[in-house]
Design a protein around this ligand. Structure first.
Ligand SMILES: Cc1ncc(COP(=O)(O)O)c(C=O)c1O
Length: 382
């Protein structure tokens, strides 16, 4: 079976009434008919998940080619859970400069309060990451493409070093979604995803997932999740599962429209560079082509040097693009990101002074989106 067929047919065996979608049991208490465990698969209390959660876990395992899945209330919590479950006081973790801002903050502020230290690395480091490994290094966090700057890491090279040195690799695969990229197939130990983005796909719920093929790691993650009381509401689990069924079809459109806009933006005189790994002009295009099978609708651009007033005129003139956080929904978004960006000496964008804008290309007709940006650029010049 092809991947899109598999993702639609992960339904589990249920009782005599077989609706296509699972029931949403809104429950904390589960009434137990005997002292025996009710269903034998952990559905004894709402926090551990009910029917819809088991079905979402099965679909996520199909998506990422994993055997174990643990759900969380949002994407950031999936990263906090994976890292928190597998490291302990005295350990050290390596984190990329381009990781999603709140992940970086968690790995520095929160982990340091837990007695775990972190060192940042340049995402282009590849096998040279070995030089940063300390005696107490336990894990490497990966995210590729990196948030905002869209750097692609040489994941197989980093995994090879990690395996040789006995380190765990944890990968935020929210961009690759398990459709364009499957880190577990490349030897990564644990994958995290923000279901909030493309799996939910309609900007109306949050969720997260931690996935692995290693039963020992899965057990540690499950125990930590229980200790921290992590859960996902049944309605949000249902929303994510429903979104997954149309994921492949939606992504095909996001991908095509994303390329159309990215290519058009390369022709604009206002744009300094387009950071889309699927474009041949992207410095990591060869790595991306080797390890990914496609692109979604999220990429960034850097404008040429622009005054604050010009940028305001551009943003305020947009009518179809909304200015808001998150991505992966049906609607297009464009947001200036310099506040979240730490331009580090030696990174690729350090010497590009213009503002970085992150663009999410939604499911509108791409020609309408181009027209919207065209008139916003015109308003900027006024
Ligand atoms: C790459 C990446 N990982 C994780 C997250 C966190 O997801 P959530 O907002 O569900 O916590 C985000 C959110 O923007 C993200 O972009």
């Amino acid at each position: 079976m092809k991947d899109d067929t598999k993702l639609i047919h992960t339904r589990k065996q249920r009782g005599p009434v077989k609706t296509v979608n699972p029931p949403v049991e809104r429950g904390s208490t589960v009434l137990l008919p005997t002292r025996e465990i009710l269903y034998g698969d952990g559905k004894v209390y709402g926090r551990m998940g009910l029917t819809v959660h088991r079905e979402l876990e099965a679909a996520m395992c199909a998506l990422e080619n994993a055997t174990h899945c643990r759900l969380t209330a949002n994407g950031l919590q999936s990263i906090a859970l994976a890292v928190g479950a597998l490291l302990e006081a005295g350990d050290h973790i390596l984190i990329p400069d381009c990781a999603y801002g709140p992940s970086r903050r968690y790995c520095t502020r929160r982990l340091s309060a837990m007695g775990i230290s972190a060192t940042r690395f340049n995402p282009t480091i590849g096998e040279d990451i070995e030089a940063l490994v300390q005696e107490n290094t336990k894990a490497i966090l990966l995210e590729s493409p990196g948030s905002l700057t869209m750097d692609i890491m040489d994941t197989p090279a980093i995994v090879e070093v990690a395996k040789a040195r006995g380190l765990l690799t944890l990968f935020d695969n929210t961009w690759g979604v398990g459709v364009f990229h499957r880190p577990l197939d490349l030897g990564v130990d644990v994958v995290m995803q923000a279901l909030t983005k493309y799996p939910v796909g309609h900007a109306d719920a949050l969720g997260g997932a931690v996935l692995t093929n290693d039963p020992r790691l899965a057990n540690k993650i499950a125990m930590c999740s229980e200790d921290w009381g992590i859960s996902l509401s049944p309605d949000d689990a249902y929303t994510a599962l429903r979104g997954l069924r149309s994921l492949h079809a939606r992504l095909r459109q996001h991908e095509a429209s994303g390329y159309k806009l990215a290519n058009w933006l390369t022709t604009r005189s206002e744009v300094d560079c387009v950071l889309h790994p699927g474009l041949e002009s992207h410095p990591d295009h060869a790595l991306w082509k080797r390890d990914f099978t496609g692109a979604n609708g999220l990429f960034s651009i850097i404008l040429k040097e622009t005054s604050e007033a010009e940028l305001d005129r551009f943003l305020e003139a947009m009518t179809l693009f909304g200015m808001g956080f998150s991505w992966g929904g049906f609607e297009s978004l464009l947001i200036p990101c310099d506040d979240q960006l730490n331009r580090i000496e030696g990174d690729r964008i350090h010497d590009r002074p213009g503002p970085l804008l992150r663009i999410h290309v939604g499911l509108e007709d791409p020609d309408d989106l181009i027209a919207d940006l065209q008139q916003a650029f015109a308003a900027m010049q006024r």
